[in-house]
Design a binder for this molecule. Structure first.
Ligand SMILES: [Zn+2]
Ligand SMILES: [Zn+2]
Length: 141
């Protein structure tokens, strides 16, 4: 069953909702170096969702930071211009209708989701334990 999760950025300027199907109610840990640098930590909590799963309810259009991903295509990161909380990412290689939700931001999802998988295991730090099935980069599609 799908469920709706309320989210807001750290300063409260942006508010949004994720409506996620049951199979998307889990964190995917990303260990890539970009996630380490952008978050200041060792991995980020994510899920791959249809763009229609996101409804921004306050704050308007987020700011955008773009970088080149492994595929050579642009990855666009959408964030609050005031506190820099990341709302979602769009990897252009995935097409226009698929986005990456930051599942660690909505309070209920942060606390209740299990870990579904780990990606970019090749960049995982040596002292981190394995929590779920770990892929060297991305799962085979
Ligand atoms: Zn904010
Ligand atoms: Zn990453």
């Amino acid at each position: 069953m799908s469920k709706t999760y309320d989210a807001k950025c750290h300063c409260g300027h942006h508010q949004w909702q994720w409506t996620l199907e049951a199979d998307k109610q889990a964190h995917i840990l990303c260990h890539c170096d970009t996630c380490k640098i952008l978050s200041g930590s060792v991995y980020t909590l994510n899920q791959i969702v249809p763009k229609s799963a996101l409804k921004i309810t306050a704050g308007g259009e987020p700011s955008k930071y773009s970088y080149k991903g492994d595929s050579g295509n642009s990855v666009d990161c959408y964030y609050c211009p005031h506190c820099t909380t990341h709302i979602y990412h769009h990897q252009q290689v995935m097409g226009p209708d698929t986005i990456i939700a930051r599942t660690g931001v909505p309070a209920e999802a942060r606390k209740s989701f299990p870990v579904g998988a780990e990606i970019y295991g090749k960049a995982k730090l040596s002292w981190e334990p394995e929590i779920a099935q770990t892929f060297e980069t991305l799962p085979p599609s």
